[in-house]
Design a protein around this ligand. Structure first.
Ligand code: NAD
Length: 473
């Protein structure tokens, strides 16, 4: 029938620089009309987004199942609920966030009053990644809309089912004159990046992060780069083993089977405690995923065969292959890899020198738990750093000495659910942050405004600069 043909024709048309330029022109027109700046418009879009999620929960879960075999529970908790929570939080706080913030005045401008006004940047580009393809696409869109911008979202082509669902849903539920989805891969993203944006938020790896930043630099466009890295977990020997093992396992294998930017990447513990910790982790893994984890419905698969081969290569490296103390099973046809623990892998191995982003968890041992600090500090600054300990002293030293995007003591991953904390990296793990009010701020220019009256003008600051005037100052 005709509509299908039109649909196919549309897909065949390549999205190129000209398409990107005309899209931006259209969105600039909408932004210039002032429509997106109104409180009412922002609230309506956020409400529509909540309705969109409620109406389409099943379709969202199915897309995530198709892209990642993501367990329904995980899809619900970490994609659907978190996105809705971001909308609800913004709705609740928006009026307050939009209010100009009173600032102190200075003697140099007496009498005056001062305030900081949050204004939208204009047209924002959001490029997202495949591992939490729903949340990582919409969470920044919430911030951009809350701050009153027009938005283009480019979801990841590596999670195609979620990408096309997002394109359809946003078109159906949000104001298409201001919020748009462009689907595609490198060519389409490159066409988008050639344009002049007012802000770009990119989620993904550092190599592409550099491409995004270089493209943005041409137009002096500010960027937020949400990148990754190797997030370490330091485990002291004085911890509650069961709770610690459970929380480490939940953060690693219970989050997309390790394909999460803040998943524990490697553990550092003492030589003496390592066997106890490994036993604890093995027990929990059996409790979580049974005796044959490849058959578990509660483990996501590896996203595609490229990532499967990448992980297999890390595991098969000569100096690493003998170090597996648990797991190691894989099934290439179904792209499944079992939770795998490795002990004492060499520091110069591949697995210790690139972000794992999968179900492999190496453990490095040290004599004293404090020795872990030097290992972490000798590497790039991670997106998250975790410490399990009962020692307040160690906790304090960890917070004071280790630089990371974020930090969590005695748990993993859940710090990202607190909207009062900024989420973002430092150094190689990223630039800038978002979540909660930080999302609103990320997409707002903070305009300094000073109000003076024409009364009470003191001529001392005006020429001629007589010696007498200098004495007064
Ligand atoms: P990806 O392959 O989905 O790429 C991310 C985006 O970059 C996609 O939209 C893709 O189309 C685009 N892209 C790819 N190549 C490009 C190019 N040459 N030019 C322009 N755009 C291009 O995702 P990924 O990079 O595999 O994601 C995994 C990485 O992302 C990990 O390092 C992970 O830690 C990090 N990550 C960070 C966060 C965070 O919030 N900080 C969240 C998730 C993932």
């Amino acid at each position: 029938s005709r509509p299908i043909m039109e649909d196919e024709m549309k897909k065949m048309e390549r999205f190129d620089s000209d398409s990107a330029a005309s899209l931006l022109k259209e969105l600039r027109g909408t932004f210039a009309s002032g429509k997106t700046k109104s409180y009412e418009w922002r609230v309506q879009q956020l409400k529509n987004m909540i309705k969109m999620i409620d109406d389409n929960e099943r379709a969202i879960m199915e897309a995530l199942q198709q892209d990642l075999a993501k367990p329904r529970f995980e899809s619900f908790v970490s994609e659907i609920s978190l996105t809705k929570a971001a909308c609800n939080h913004a709705l609740k706080e928006l009026k307050h966030w939009m209010k100009p913030e009173k600032a102190k005045t200075a003697i140099t401008t007496f009498p005056s009053s001062a305030e900081i006004v949050s204004e939208p940047f204009g047209i924002v580009l959001i490029i997202s990644a495949w591992n939490y393809p729903f949340l990582l696409s919409l969470d920044p869109v919430v911030g951009a809309i809350a701050a009153g911008n027009s938005v283009v979202l480019k979801p990841s082509e590596i999670s195609p089912a979620t990408s096309s669902l997002l394109a359809k849903l946003l078109e159906d539920y949000l104001d298409s004159s201001a919020v748009r989805v462009v689907e595609g891969a490198v060519a389409e993203t490159t066409a988008l990046l050639e344009q002049k944006w007012d802000k770009i938020l990119y989620t993904g790896n550092g190599k592409v992060g550099r491409i995004v930043m270089a493209a943005a630099a041409k137009h002096l466009t500010p960027v937020i780069l949400e990148l990754g890295g190797k997030s370490p977990v330091v485990v002291d020997s004085n911890v509650n083993l069961k709770v610690s093992a459970r929380r480490i396992a939940a953060g690693k294998w219970g989050c997309n089977n390790g394909q999460a930017c803040i998943a524990p990447d490697y553990i550092i513990t003492t030589k003496a405690y390592a066997p106890t910790l490994i036993d604890g982790l093995k027990n929990i893994l059996e409790e979580f995923f049974g005796k044959d984890p490849l058959e578990s419905k509660d483990l996501s698969r590896i996203v595609n065969s490229n990532h499967f081969s990448r992980l297999a290569k890390l595991l098969d490296e000569d100096k690493v292959s003998g170090k597996i103390v648990h797991g190691g099973q894989r099934d290439e046809t179904r792209l499944m890899i079992a939770p795998t623990i490795l002990l004492d892998v060499p520091e110069d191995s591949l697995i210790m020198n690139e972000e794992i982003f999968g179900p492999l968890l190496p453990i490095i041992t040290v004599d004293k738990v404090e020795d872990s600090f030097d290992i972490i500090k000798s590497r790039s600054k991670p997106l998250a750093a975790y410490l399990f300990t009962s020692s307040k002293k160690l906790e304090k030293e960890f917070v004071e000495n280790i630089s990371a995007g974020g930090m969590l003591i005695n748990d993993t991953v859940v710090h990202l659910t607190n909207p009062s904390l900024p989420f973002g990296g430092v150094g190689e793990s990223g630039i800038g942050s978002y979540h909660g009010k930080f999302s609103f701020d990320a997409f707002s220019h903070k305009k300094a405004v000073l109000y003076r009256s024409l009364y009470g003008d003191a001529p001392v600051r005006y020429p001629p600069y007589t010696p007498g005037k200098l004495r007064i100052l």
